[in-house]
Write a protein that binds this ligand. Structure first.
Ligand SMILES: *Cc1c(COP(=O)(O)O)cnc(C)c1O
Length: 481
């Protein structure tokens, strides 16, 4: 026992924390300086999963080793470098470094915040960050929301509230079969988390009714009536319509105003999945893309996509704040006060999480310290960059753009004259594999009706036009081999 006491004293020792901390911040700053410069280092030091597994021991010593710095160095060198200017892959941000410091604070304080007393500061920050976001979306004063762990969980949370509001029966207590089978109208291009959410709610395969999109991958407004009729014929009661702002594969923004009109006419819940693109409201240039978002009953907005934050910070905003209590309308009386009071400050009542991270801390702090203008400009700049890149691809003669970009996602393919058209699909996959495994760039691919396309998300504010010129050149060179 005395040995344990000594170990605890050493493990929690403030001075050794200070020493390790200073050393780690220096290591991270050196890392950042190298990665942001980019030149001469791979974006992703590619290794097969089995190879990587062998690089990290699968057994743990019983006694301390003091190997912290060495282990962190291997973590840094083996990871996908999202601050590299040539990281142009998935919709995951290159976080502002200040946010990483906030995460360290969050991890140390560990104020879990299911109930107010366990996170007094983060609860206050969450409230005010959500108010700021709701105001940007132009939602009414009555709006309110929660922060939760990711857009997928955000969509489930919103649809649970939609069900309580529009099913016409109490599915929370009675179960999914206590009334007619339900469905939501969702564009074909919507994120898979929506189909997952409806399956989680027990609605099965017909829980999502797919709506057709146009040649630009945006929801066709005429498809709404068709979808409603089809769902009704299939014996399903439609409770909501989901629109994407923007969609995951191509970044297309669905037209929100016709969806809002339709929902109003048919008394349906209007949910906007703005995980990726709700941040467009911050940009005076691109705000028009989400016109009508202020009429939504609920909006999901990922700060770890559009607001330069590390994962995960997702806002679920409700036009009528009281609805946010209905997503998880159960009582855990040992935690919460009587149902009648429903205090906004016990945020665990309104999220799937019980304990959760101090999610608001990094977003609130960065908005305070860095100012809002940076975040607005980051949206404008990244959408501008995507448009310039698309224009360059279109003008090139040996590249095609799948669709003019609505946001910072561009889908395109290399179509060199020396490769026959039937081989273009295979070519894109081969090119991507070559660039990614060499570490020159990190980009992804997607299958569209017209074939396999390369896909970039220009979410990293360190990426410049020159990097995209270099990407085109690298693709041309790789195709000639
Ligand atoms: C990324 C994304 C999601 C999922 O969000 P996570 O935070 O990754 O869970 C949902 N919808 C859309 C449109 C997205 O782009």
């Amino acid at each position: 026992m005395t040995d344990f006491r000594a170990r605890i004293a050493a493990t929690y020792d403030a001075d050794s924390f200070r020493r390790e901390g200073h050393r780690l911040v220096d290591t991270l700053a050196d890392y950042l300086a190298r990665v942001e410069h980019g030149e001469g280092m791979p974006v992703l030091p590619w290794a097969a999963p089995a190879v990587n597994v062998d690089r990290f021991a699968a057994s743990f010593p019983e006694q301390p080793t003091g190997d912290f710095a060495e282990l962190m160095a291997r973590v840094l060198s083996g990871s996908n470098h999202l601050h590299h200017p040539r990281y142009v892959g998935h919709q995951v941000s290159a976080p502002v470094p200040l946010a990483a410091l906030c995460d360290a604070v969050s991890s140390l304080l560990n104020n879990g915040m299911a109930v107010y007393e366990m996170g007094p500061v983060s609860t206050a920050m969450e409230r005010n960050v959500l108010r700021w976001m709701a105001a940007r979306l132009a939602l009414p004063e009555s709006s309110d929301g929660v922060l939760t762990s990711g857009g997928s969980l955000g969509n489930l949370t919103a649809l649970l509230a939609a069900r309580q509001a529009k099913a016409g029966y109490d599915a929370w207590n009675g179960g999914a079969h206590a009334g007619p089978p339900l469905t939501v109208l969702v564009p074909r291009t919507a994120h898979y988390s929506l189909a997952r959410a409806t399956r989680v709610m027990g609605w099965g395969e017909g829980g999502v009714t797919a709506l057709d999109v146009d040649a630009n991958f945006r929801l066709r407004p005429e498809a709404l009536e068709e979808g409603l009729a089809a769902a009704t014929r299939a014996g399903r009661k439609v409770i909501a319509v989901v629109a994407s702002a923007g969609s995951t594969a191509t970044g297309a923004f669905d037209p929100l105003e016709p969806v809002a009109d339709f929902c109003q006419r048919h008394d349906l819940w209007f949910h906007v999945d703005g995980a990726h693109g709700a941040a467009a409201v911050l940009s005076p240039t691109y705000r028009h893309q989400v016109r009508g978002i202020e009429r939504a009953d609920s909006v999901v907005w990922d700060a770890h996509k559009g607001l330069l934050m590390p994962a995960l910070v997702t806002a679920v905003l409700f036009r009528d704040g009281a609805r946010s209590f209905e997503a998880f309308a159960q009582e855990a009386s040992y935690l919460f006060h009587g149902e009648d009071e429903r205090p906004w400050s016990d945020v665990g009542m309104r999220t799937l999480e019980c304990t959760k991270e101090m999610m608001a801390l990094k977003l609130y702090t960065c908005l305070c310290v860095l100012g809002t203008r940076l975040f607005a400009d980051a949206v404008t700049e990244s959408y501008d960059l995507a448009r310039r890149f698309a224009a360059k691809l279109t003008a090139s003669g040996d590249f095609e753009v799948a669709v003019p970009p609505d946001c910072n996602i561009v889908c395109f393919r290399h179509t060199p004259a020396h490769v026959p058209a039937p081989e273009w699909d295979a070519l894109q996959s081969r090119l991507r594999e070559r660039l990614v495994t060499r570490g020159d760039f990190y980009l992804v691919q997607t299958k569209l009706p017209s074939g396999t396309h390369l896909r970039v998300t220009l979410i990293n504010p360190l990426t410049r036009d020159e990097d995209l010129d270099a990407l085109m050149d690298a693709l041309r060179t790789a195709a000639r081999r």
